[in-house]
Ligand binder design. Structure first.
Ligand code: SF4
Ligand code: SF4
Length: 404
């Protein structure tokens, strides 16, 4: 940290931490046990003891620009060994949640997603949007039990006519809703990460010695960080909470699987479907991508189920504090998995009303995941990756650290 940096205690921030699950921080008496057990702590970096002092002093600006806050993988070892019950792991979680709002773009939406009292509105926005498009498209009808086809969800016309270049109304409307929302979420996440990177560079006085090329950046900083995350190397160093690896890994793999399947579905229906007829219906069960979709959906439910039980058990044992930030993502992902699987099973069982109801709820929950991704705990994946990349960049020949 540069000398001479102005220290501005932020009482609002301390109040926020208390309300967001970090209300135990006042118990900390700086014994340093947490820094001894934390796998991220080094000789000249007493993490998270140093951050606990900063949090007690309300040093918001230092904390949000501290890469270690993002590198913490919430293993809970520090909390398990803290002799005062100060729950440093929870304090860091609350600071991270604050940072996503602090750096989030646009800030109004980031603030909306940060508070549990806004949940009805957070659900209502995508629910009404999908409902309105469904109603306007004329798709609100129930097909015969043997003709359930989610490719007709937004279109009641039995002959399945194409509108533009072989694309059906259903495909066009799905794309019109999800593609811009996903594009905006990616843009918002990039903007948030860029805000964080610039803030870290400024607060830590990391100047560029010479600029890395895009290839340097990707191969030198980004790929090693992503590899570390995918292999769960740091998670395996946990002592107190190994169950998180068992839940986190299948969840991560399921997201990769579903991403591959969604990309395949888009190429099949939206691109190849422009030239080849008959590609707009359900993907056959025999298709390997359908198999991957079903395996990924099961892995998603199993992974998030393990995290759910794990978290509930820890709360019961008073090892952590329930927060909106944690539960919002767990319940949201579980809803995506269960509604997707339920829609598929009720379609195969030939129950149109349930199949369409679950499919509608599935669309709403996926849209929620997309819209709120840059501000929810889901954003941790992106912020953490770039915080790790920042640490690698900071130590590299590309950066020069200005002391004093
Ligand atoms: S958080 Fe707990 S273990 Fe860490 S310094 Fe404070 S009292 Fe000690
Ligand atoms: S939760 Fe784990 S990684 Fe995070 S500060 Fe505590 S011991 Fe370190």
């Amino acid at each position: 940290m540069a000398e001479g940096m102005r220290v501005e205690p932020d009482l609002e921030f301390i109040k926020y931490l208390k309300n967001a699950g970090g209300d135990t921080l006042k118990k900390c008496y700086q014994c340093g046990t947490c820094s001894v057990v934390c796998p991220l702590s080094g000789d000249n970096k007493p993490f998270p003891r140093k951050e606990m002092i900063w949090a007690q002093w309300g040093l918001k600006d230092r904390l949000v620009a501290d890469p270690d806050i993002m590198l913490c993988h919430q293993c809970g070892d520090c909390t398990a060994y803290c002799p005062r019950g100060a729950k440093p792991g929870d304090v860091l979680g609350a600071i991270r949640a604050y940072a996503y709002t602090h750096y989030g773009f646009p800030s109004g939406l980031a603030k909306l997603v940060s508070q549990g009292k806004n949940l009805p509105l957070l659900i209502a926005i995508p629910a009404l949007l999908i409902m309105m498009v469904w109603w306007l498209s004329g798709g609100m009808f129930l097909p015969a039990a043997d003709a359930i086809d989610f490719g007709m969800f937004f279109d009641s016309r039995k002959d399945h006519p194409t509108i533009i270049s072989g694309l059906t109304l259903n495909v066009l409307l799905i794309d019109a809703i999800f593609v811009p929302v996903l594009g905006f979420a990616i843009f918002a996440a990039c903007k948030g990460v860029s805000n964080m990177w610039n803030d870290m560079a400024e607060k830590l006085d990391v100047k560029s010695a010479f600029r890395p090329t895009v290839i340097n950046f990707v191969t030198g900083f980004l790929v090693p960080s992503v590899t570390e995350i995918l292999t769960h190397k740091r998670f395996n160093e946990c002592g107190a909470n190994l169950n998180r690896v068992k839940g986190h890994l299948p969840l991560l793999l399921s997201f990769i699987g579903l991403f591959i399947v969604t990309t395949y579905g888009m190429i099949r229906k939206d691109i190849v479907g422009m030239f080849v007829e008959g590609l707009h219906g359900p993907i056959p069960l025999s298709d390997p991508f359908k198999l991957l979709a079903n395996i990924s959906a099961i892995a998603l439910i199993v992974g998030v189920g393990i995290l759910w039980l794990n978290r509930a058990r820890m709360e019961e044992d008073n090892k952590t504090i329930p927060t909106f930030y944690d539960w919002f993502l767990i319940v949201e992902i579980m809803t995506v998995g269960i509604t997707g699987l339920a829609a598929e099973l009720t379609r195969l069982a030939g129950v149109p009303m349930l199949a369409y109801l679950f499919y509608y709820l599935h669309l709403v929950s996926v849209l929620m995941l997309f819209i709120y991704m840059p501000y929810s705990k889901f954003a941790h994946m992106v912020y953490r990756t770039f915080a790790m990349a920042f640490e690698k960049y900071r130590e590299s020949v590309f950066a020069k650290k200005i002391e004093g």
